[in-house]
Design a protein around this ligand. Structure first.
Ligand code: ATP
Length: 256
């Protein structure tokens, strides 16, 4: 099977400081990969390099595009990468404010993504926006409200609807449940898990919360000081960690 994403020797430094070093992995269609590690281990750097938000110093990110098959994302032009970001990819930020347009209505937030990929029929766009609000458990009567009038959990669900409405193949998530109350987190995780399964989505999820990857991820990458120190199936890594650092992480001795 062709990997959806094939990452080879990805390295990013900030001056003398290592962001991430020599990271390689393959992500297959329909798979959810979790990236875990304590604060400063390089998770966000890696995610941002993968998603084209940050230029790495070296390495390759080969993505199996819907339109043209496998392409090196890093060798793409900026407009090509931006197009990928609107079609095959989605990015869910930790803070919904970074992923939503706060002055635009909930329906507009979802609908403008459809318009960005060519939808023009107002009635159909509104219908799809309503359908997506329903799928993320936001009442249709809130369609004309701005996200500022929503709770944190609702904003995050709206961000997810805005990201998924165009049917991406890969969704990047940066601490998707961070900053939410525990009960709200659980509901959001349930929703994310069922959407990912229903849509057969692939995902790369960065989190310091092992409960998030336990529920969402098929496979894990454990990072420390910018390096990958352990990989494997989620249950295997969490139930029988091999690296001493992972053992500490799992036993919650480390402050993550
Ligand atoms: N813009 C930057 N300039 C300089 N150093 C940076 C920058 N961004 C990250 N770093 C450094 O790169 C390393 C990895 O940071 P990164 O933010 O990727 O870790 P993280 O695992 O995502 O941490 P957190 O969970 O706290 O977000 C750290 O040593 C950090 O200080």
């Amino acid at each position: 099977m062709t990997p959806l994403m094939d990452v080879r020797d990805l390295t990013k430094t900030y001056g003398a400081r290592i962001g991430c070093a020599d990271v390689s992995f393959r992500l297959y269609p329909g798979e959810v990969l979790g990236i875990v590690g304590e604060s400063g281990s390089g998770k966000s750097t890696l995610l941002n390099c993968l998603a084209g938000h940050l230029p790495p110093d070296q390495g390759e990110v080969i993505f199996d595009t819907r339109a043209e098959g496998p392409r090196d994302v890093l060798a793409m032009s900026e407009p090509e990468r931006r197009m990928l970001g609107r079609t095959d990819w989605a990015f869910v930020h930790q803070n919904p404010r970074d992923g939503l347009r706060m002055r635009v209505s909930a329906g507009g937030n979802v609908g403008e993504r459809l318009m960005a990929v060519g939808a023009r029929h107002y009635g159909e766009i509104r219908e799809q926006a309503l359908d997506w609000l329903d799928r993320v458990e936001i009442a249709g009567e809130r369609i004309d409200d701005r996200p500022a009038a929503f709770s944190g959990g609702m904003q995050q669900r709206l961000q997810i609807a805005r990201n998924l409405v165009t049917g991406p193949r890969l969704i990047f998530m940066d601490e998707p449940t961070g900053g939410l109350d525990v009960s709200v987190q659980a509901r959001l995780l349930d929703l994310l898990r069922s959407l990912v399964r229903q849509m057969g989505l692939s995902a790369i999820v960065v989190t310091h919360d092992l409960a998030v990857v336990r529920l969402l991820a098929d496979r894990l990458i454990v990072m420390k000081d910018g390096n990958v120190i352990e990989t494997g199936l989620t249950d295997q890594v969490l139930d029988d960690p091999q690296a001493p650092y992972t053992q500490l992480l799992v036993s919650s001795v480390l402050q993550v």
